[in-house]
Design a protein. Structure first.
Lengths: 114, 115
């Protein structure tokens, strides 16, 4: 069964460093998403991406964040200068269609900023 | 504004008990979708069900059933004859048709099923 994959599973970085979180969505999906979950809290939407551009972003997704689909398979989230409060689990998701179709999530990357 | 409320933070049951997880949503849209996801201790998010706003039929899948009532803006989830493997955090989520599919999650309900 096709699945979303994410690497690395755990990333530890120092405050102020740049990190890139990588995702490989399900191959025939067209809509891609990043969410984050601070430990013990709810899952929060960060950004959606379709047709090589951002379709929507949340207030959390400020200028420190960027997304890219550098090739036909990868989808990345970059945080330019990490802060302590960026520590969270980051989930990538993909969907065959937008507008309410089910999203399939990757296993997540746990980001720890020290 | 769109919002999902899961008032039950934690529920603890003994195996074989039935348990219902509550979900109440708010949206001004007439076309929207509701979801349930399971997050087991391993941390991944597992899709369970999707319902659109025009389909109020209840759904049953094995031991799982869902009750969607537009009149009360609720989408409740019942597990019949619970098992230890059902222990997880369960999230209800809302997506509006015109917003590109972003999911708005509730706070989650942590279900603990004891043997």
């Amino acid at each position: 069964e096709p699945e979303v994959t994410q690497t690395p599973s755990h990333q530890v970085t120092q405050m102020g460093q740049e990190v890139i979180l990588r995702c490989v969505p399900i191959s025939n999906h067209l809509y891609f998403y990043w969410y984050r979950q601070i430990l013990g809290q709810k899952v929060e939407f960060l950004v959606s991406f379709y047709n090589n551009e951002i379709s929507e972003k949340s207030e959390i997704f400020d200028d420190q964040f960027s997304v890219e689909r550098p090739d036909g398979s990868n989808f990345t989230l970059k945080i330019r200068s990490t802060k302590l409060e960026d520590s969270a689990m980051y989930f990538c998701a993909s969907s065959s269609s937008g507008g309410g179709h089910e999203q399939y999530f990757g296993p997540g990357t746990r980001l720890t900023v020290t | 504004a769109q919002k999902v409320t899961q008032a039950q933070t934690e529920i603890s049951v003994v195996e074989k008990e039935d348990v219902t997880l509550d979900c109440v949503y708010e949206t001004r849209d007439t076309t929207y979708y509701l979801f349930w996801y399971k997050q087991p201790p391993s941390g991944e998010l597992v899709f369970l069900i999707r319902r659109n706003s025009f389909d109020e039929q209840n759904e049953i899948s094995g031991r799982y059933s869902w009750n969607f009532q537009k009149s009360t803006s609720s989408f409740n989830f019942t597990i019949t004859a619970s098992q230890v493997v059902d222990s997880a955090v369960y999230f209800c989520a809302l997506s509006n048709y015109n917003q590109g599919g972003k999911l708005i999650f509730g706070q989650g309900t942590e279900l603990s099923v004891k043997p």
